[in-house]
Design a protein around this ligand. Structure first.
Ligand SMILES: NC(=O)c1ccc[n+]([C@@H]2O[C@H](COP(=O)([O-])OP(=O)(O)OC[C@H]3O[C@@H](n4cnc5c(N)ncnc54)[C@H](OP(=O)(O)O)[C@@H]3O)[C@@H](O)[C@H]2O)c1
Length: 270
């Protein structure tokens, strides 16, 4: 790995890295030189990804010696104990405070407020809203301390948050999921206003349809979804979102691309 790689001095934390956008992003950021803390509930998946990252992009040199480029913190990203463990893992494993935090873990839910499975409401609200709010609070506290003690213009710090186009445009067909992403939209903008003046970029990424495990996890009817995909084809791949995030976090510290909506070209709505 070249020392000129744009993220070679930085460590990233990515929640929900065992599939889809989180996995693609871990590979993209590692290719740019970052050290990575991987989180998801499926431990074996992130173990494999961590191995792949080190095999592909090399080990890193730390004060404690040569270390693998990626470390895993399995667990529920909405639990405070998991968040603490992720933040500590960067310092323990890499000897640096993570300054690129990605709140990506999330899930969808088929149906509206009238038709969706009410048994799944609480767990989705916990993952999609509480988890993001807790990560903003804990990582934001750490980043404020970090930026107060270094020159922010030479050391960018990023909080990247995955929203959705259904968190900006009301979709009656997935209204319970959509309301969680409206909450994320509001949390991200509020955090941007609160943390930006201290040299911390808070970026909201709002994808439309990305083909990943998301659709199956949300319980979408495969036939119905295949029709939607055919209508807008080709839909986005996780790598399309990862590439945009990679662009944002490699901008100079004084440049903030803060709200990004990414759609398949032929998707008119939402
Ligand atoms: N795909 C889309 O069309 C789309 C569109 C707009 C926005 N988004 C948003 O983008 C983000 C990523 O979605 P994706 O498409 O990559 O979905 P995905 O392929 O289903 O991946 C979701 C990831 O989140 C993890 N995860 C879920 N709940 C978790 C929890 N409680 N704790 C830790 N990890 C958890 C999953 O891993 P484990 O199961 O191993 O925990 C998995 O790694 C989500 O926030 C989603 O809402 C997706």
């Amino acid at each position: 790995m070249s020392t000129h790689s744009p993220l070679s001095t930085r460590a990233a934390i990515i929640t929900g890295a065992s599939a889809g956008i989180g996995q693609a992003l871990a590979l993209d950021l590692a290719s740019k030189g970052a050290r990575i803390v991987l989180n998801a509930r499926r431990a074996e998946r992130i173990d494999e990804l961590a191995q792949r990252i080190t095999d592909q992009f090399g080990t890193v040199e730390t004060d404690q010696g040569i270390r693998p480029r990626a470390v895993c913190v399995p667990g529920d990203a909405a639990d405070e104990s998991t968040i603490d463990a992720m933040l500590n893992a960067s310092q323990d494993h890499f000897g640096i405070v993570a300054d690129l935090i990605v709140a990506n873990a999330g899930r969808g839910l088929d149906g509206s407020v009238m038709t969706s499975d009410t048994d799944q409401w609480e767990s989705m609200l916990k993952t999609n809203i509480l988890g993001v709010a807790r990560l903003i609070r804990k990582a934001g506290t750490q980043l404020l301390d970090l930026q107060a003690n270094r020159d922010w213009q030479t050391h960018p710090a990023d909080l990247v948050i995955l929203g959705s186009t259904v968190g900006r445009h009301i979709s009656p067909f997935s209204s319970m999921y959509g309301c969680t992403k409206f909450a994320v939209n509001s949390l991200a903008e509020a955090a941007r206003r609160e943390l930006g003046p201290s040299g911390i970029r808070v970026s909201l990424i709002e994808p439309a349809i990305v083909k990943s495990e998301f659709q199956e996890m949300a319980g979408y009817d495969p036939e119905g979804f295949a029709k939607v995909m055919a209508k807008f084809a080709p839909v986005l791949a996780p790598e399309d979102i990862a590439r945009s995030i990679g662009f944002i976090v490699t901008q100079p510290a004084s440049v903030h691309v803060c709200d990004v909506v990414i759609r398949p070209t032929r998707q008119d709505y939402p």
